[in-house]
Design a protein around this ligand. Structure first.
Ligand code: FMN
Ligand code: MN
Length: 475
């Protein structure tokens, strides 16, 4: 199997694996469509293809392309039932084998070109995602392309935008995001507008790369190529010099104003809550919209078990593992469970104890502190096996000696629901490591033995039990 080479090929592939439902009956862009996508995330249901969106004949909308492990497996060209552990391994391998993009001259994303006075964002079937959102959100599953002011570094990130009026969008790339950094360090001090391209409906691996936790100065187009196992084709924008995936359904070309601010939010966020208020955000003017005929708009119905639950789970966990290795932590596996809203990481280590747990939480909060809880387990606990992790946590973590809290100022995650509005404003926060390992200093022979077949019985008895088990036809 190979990775599908555009969104339409991917939709066919997930239809075949039973992970897409096509809806031909009319659906309202105002909450109803996203509500269905939301419920599907919560029930680990299918992606939807809405062929008939109220007020928007000729447009189609699809929700949460890779918000489940099954759909992520198909995106990577693997069988839908590939295990999460295997998906992690494959991501880690392919991330190391990046493939540079190629440039093409002609592409379907230019079939329709709208520019100047003709631009009207309300021509797009932008959904009202949640009740209580500040407006209609575009590009909740996008690729935002931008170029550094002073170097050749081109960044892809996934950042949401709210429709402000016919020609303006407001956006929320966090100040710590790469786009935020490019804007604040490069363009704002010089008073220059920053060109961007908001790409919608490209091949899923390109979106996966944009959403991925990836190194500063890294080229996500190369990462996307590595994930798909083939180069991404890029084409130049119509109204600026940025390069975008040629297979995109829709490209919104814009410039971020260096001195303009507009209101944005609130929005139902990835941790699974709406908890902020409308606030100042960057503002951009749309210079052109290009799209395919019969275009498909994609979106993430953000909240519990959304698309970040898979994309950030996998890329974030691999990034955490690499950082811990770099700092000499005897790490074996890292899992960021989708149910944890990217706030929880489970780390297994070859040798545990208080010093290791403390080091883990310090390393993970040095720069950006997205994770606020880390469970550190011994390596006989499978980090992907949540019942096993819960059992270990409940029994092995000393309520007092096993809790290592690390506080910081200026880099806390402003979207952590547990923080007060004041803590958010000051970026004041804390992370905790729960030490769920046996203290290495306990005398040999005093460490409790787990009462499971694999630990409390001799290898010979285990084998005998397993033989009898199989002979009874049990699985
Ligand atoms: C569906 C989805 C929506 C996202 N929306 C935003 C957003 O609005 N602002 C933001 O800063 N990060 C957002 N993220 C997270 C970033 O895409 C992620 O941190 C990515 O690594 C950013 O790229 P960067 O490291 O180049 O900044 C979103 C992620 C996903 C999966
Ligand atoms: Mn980046």
């Amino acid at each position: 199997m190979t990775a599908p080479n555009d969104l339409r090929a991917f939709l066919k592939a997930i239809e075949q694996s039973g992970d897409l439902v096509t809806v031909n009956g009319q659906v309202d862009w105002d909450e109803e469509l996203a509500g269905l996508g939301r419920l599907s995330c919560e029930r680990q249901g299918p992606a939807f293809m809405f062929n008939n969106v109220k007020d928007y004949g000729g447009w189609r909308v699809t929700t949460n392309p890779i918000a489940t492990w099954r759909r992520m497996a198909v995106a990577l060209g693997l069988p839908a039932d590939t295990s999460v552990r295997r998906l992690y391994e494959i991501y880690a391998e392919r991330e190391q084998k990046t493939i540079p993009p190629v440039v093409v001259k002609d592409a379907p994303c230019k079939e329709v070109i709208i520019e100047g006075d003709k631009v009207d964002l309300f021509d797009l079937p932008t959904p009202m995602v949640h009740e209580g959102d500040g407006g209609r959100y575009l590009g909740t599953w996008d690729i935002v392309v931008s170029k550094d002011h002073d170097s050749d570094w081109v960044n892809w990130g996934m950042y949401r935008f709210m429709v402000h009026n016919e020609k303006y969008l407001t956006g929320y790339p966090r100040p710590t995001s790469h786009l935020g950094k490019m804007l604040l360090d490069g363009y704002v001090p010089k008073g220059k507008p920053m060109p961007i391209a908001i790409v919608i409906g490209a091949d899923v691996n390109s979106h996966f790369a944009a959403a991925a936790t990836f190194r500063l100065n890294g080229d996500e187009a190369e990462l996307a190529g590595g994930l798909a196992g083939r180069p991404v084709e890029l084409i130049k924008c119509h109204s600026n010099d940025l390069m975008v995936p040629a297979n995109a359904e829709i490209v919104i070309e814009a410039e971020v104003l260096p001195d303009g601010i507009a209101q944005e939010g609130p929005y139902g966020e990835y941790p699974g809550y709406r908890s902020g208020e409308m606030g100042d955000a960057l503002c951009c003017r749309v210079t052109a919209i290009t799209h395919r005929k019969d275009p498909i708009l994609t979106l993430d119905t953000t909240g519990f078990m959304d698309s970040s639950a898979t994309t950030t789970s996998i890329s974030g966990a691999i990034a955490i593992k690499r950082r811990l290795e770099k700092h000499g932590v005897p790490v074996v596996d890292v899992y960021v469970p989708p149910e944890g809203g990217v706030h929880l990481a489970i780390v297994s280590v070859r040798r545990g104890g208080a010093a290791v747990a403390k080091q883990v939480v310090e390393v993970l909060t040095q720069r950006r502190a997205l994770i606020s809880k880390v469970i550190v387990v011994d390596d006989d606990c499978d980090v992907f096996n949540i019942p096993a992790v819960l059992h270990a946590f409940a029994t092995k973590c000393h309520p007092e000696r096993g809790t290592h809290i690390h506080t910081y100022t200026g880099r806390a995650n402003a979207l952590t629901p547990a923080y007060s509005q004041e803590e958010r404003a000051k970026r004041l926060g804390a992370s905790v490591a729960f030490d769920v390992t046996w203290p290495p200093e306990w005398p040999v022979g005093t460490t409790p033995i787990r009462a499971t077949l694999d630990q409390m019985y001799s290898p010979a008895m285990q084998e005998q039990v397993l033989r009898r088990w199989q002979a009874m036809g049990l699985k």
